[in-house]
Design a protein around this ligand. Structure first.
Ligand SMILES: Cc1cc2nc3c(=O)[nH]c(=O)nc-3n(C[C@H](O)[C@H](O)[C@H](O)COP(=O)(O)O)c2cc1C
Ligand code: SF4
Ligand code: SF4
Length: 411
């Protein structure tokens, strides 16, 4: 079995799979159960001045037969006191000295930050995560994403914390911003040891068509929530990649957002994440998903010959470039496996009405036929075809050599 242990920004853990700050990491009972199941670490539910939460606080997006492709929440930070939470963290650390517990914190003034950092350290935490990401409720009070959207504040507060902290400091970023590398570099300038992303994305999941109130409803009113779960993964992957590639960031990245399977986790690692954090999938399926996460990662690493997680980090980054560097002469063409085709005609409709009119139907058999000269290789038909491996995109080679937009512009 491959060695899954990681040393993420100085925080050692038996594996890269950590509970993200949220409901699954809200108490000692839960975190200890998670460690018993095999989780590698836990970022505690954010602590600070205790809040009052609203009742009715989640809503979901279902897609086809799949429930909770996206989850929206309007929950705030912990509703229990800092001291109650820290007592529980201390208890967990005594039982699990080799499993990192990271305190997620969110307060306002410099004095409050210094005090809470000291208290967390006295409780034995292995690291501190600064929650600059929460996009609902707390930002109205000048915290969470209100800080994460303002690089100057990110740098300032990170500086207050890193001056005081004796354990690694991770800055958790909000995706509700145009360029994620700006707050990421600000965290780095403030002395952060690492960044984690993404926190949730502002959203409204739907509106009740009878009452006209969006979800989730709180006494006939609603507000925007924070979106998480599988639907946010592509956005998170892109932001992790942007941070991992930016030399001004230059610190380790913990990847978060929509991770459910070991494959999702590997994708984050290949795009530069040194550890991954998971919240919604645990809320949905429970701590037991750790088995497929660790088994799958381990098998993959053995298969590919990776000695350790570190050797995988960022392996896909050299294959990411700007659009202007892509080869304009490269061409793929759709090819249909007639044996597999069920003649559902979905590809025919898609290509004719939504793409390039390159598919016709054979008059006798009604099997779709590709006009290779009209096919631009957009991939649409292969994405739509409900039969696995029925439509393949075949590379036609780049007989004319490599030519990019950058070349064309003489750059
Ligand atoms: C119900 C809920 C509560 C959350 N609470 C916190 C929190 O207290 N602190 C924090 O930093 N992130 C919090 N998050 C955000 C998650 O840690 C994570 O960044 C986000 O959900 C994306 O990951 P996921 O798709 O694996 O859930 C919360 C998420 C959910 C769904
Ligand atoms: S790849 Fe695009 S253009 Fe080519 S056949 Fe399919 S849908 Fe049509
Ligand atoms: S979508 Fe797939 S199965 Fe349906 S007609 Fe096209 S090739 Fe055949």
């Amino acid at each position: 079995m491959a060695n899954l242990s990681v040393n993420f920004a100085g925080i050692k853990a038996p594996n890269p799979f950590w509970l993200a700050s949220g409901p699954p990491s809200n108490s000692a009972v839960q975190v200890m159960k998670a460690f018993d199941y095999g989780w590698g670490g836990a970022v505690w539910k954010t602590i600070g001045a205790p809040v009052i939460n609203v009742s009715s606080r989640y809503s979901g997006v279902n897609w086809g037969k799949k429930r909770l492709v996206g989850l929206s929440n309007i929950e705030l930070i912990s509703d229990r006191s800092v001291s109650d939470n820290l007592k529980e963290i201390e208890m967990v650390k005594k039982q699990f000295p080799h499993h990192p517990v990271i305190a997620s914190v969110m307060v306002q003034t410099k004095e409050e930050w210094i005090r809470i950092i000291q208290d967390c350290q006295n409780a034995g935490v292995d690291g501190i995560e600064l929650n600059f990401g929460c996009p609902h409720g707390m930002c109205e009070r000048g915290m969470g994403s209100a800080v994460g959207q303002e690089p100057r504040l990110v740098e300032l507060i990170t500086g207050w914390v890193t001056e005081e902290a004796k354990v690694p400091v991770i800055v958790k970023l909000t995706p509700n911003i145009t360029d994620i590398t700006e707050p990421a570099s600000a965290a780095s300038r403030g002395g952060a040891d690492a960044i984690s992303l993404i926190n949730t994305i502002k959203c409204i999941t739907g509106v009740d068509l009878d009452t006209f109130v969006p979800y989730p409803m709180v006494d006939h009113k609603s507000t925007h929530g924070g979106y998480s779960g599988p639907a946010v993964k592509p956005i998170a992957l892109n932001m992790v990649k942007n941070c991992a590639l930016d030399p001004h960031v230059g610190i380790p990245v913990s990847g978060i957002g929509g991770i459910e399977t070991w494959r999702d986790a590997v994708e984050f690692i290949l795009l530069g994440a040194g550890s991954v954090q998971i919240c919604t999938a645990v809320m949905h399926h429970g701590f037991g998903i750790i088995r497929q996460l660790t088994d799958g990662l381990s098998r993959y690493m053995d298969e590919k010959g990776f000695c350790c997680v570190d050797a995988m980090v960022g392996k896909a980054l050299s294959n990411v470039t700007e659009w202007e560097n892509l080869n304009l002469n490269y061409k793929v063409v759709a090819e249909i496996d007639e044996e597999k085709c069920t003649r559902c005609q979905l590809c025919y409709t898609a290509c004719n009405e939504g793409a390039y009119q390159a598919i016709s139907l054979a008059p006798d058999s009604r099997i779709p036929v590709i006009d290779k000269n009209r096919c631009v290789g957009c991939n649409l038909c292969s994405l739509i075809c409900p039969v696995d491996h029925c439509i393949s995109m075949i590379p036609g080679g780049d007989a004319n050599g490599v030519e990019t937009w950058k070349h064309k512009m003489g750059k």
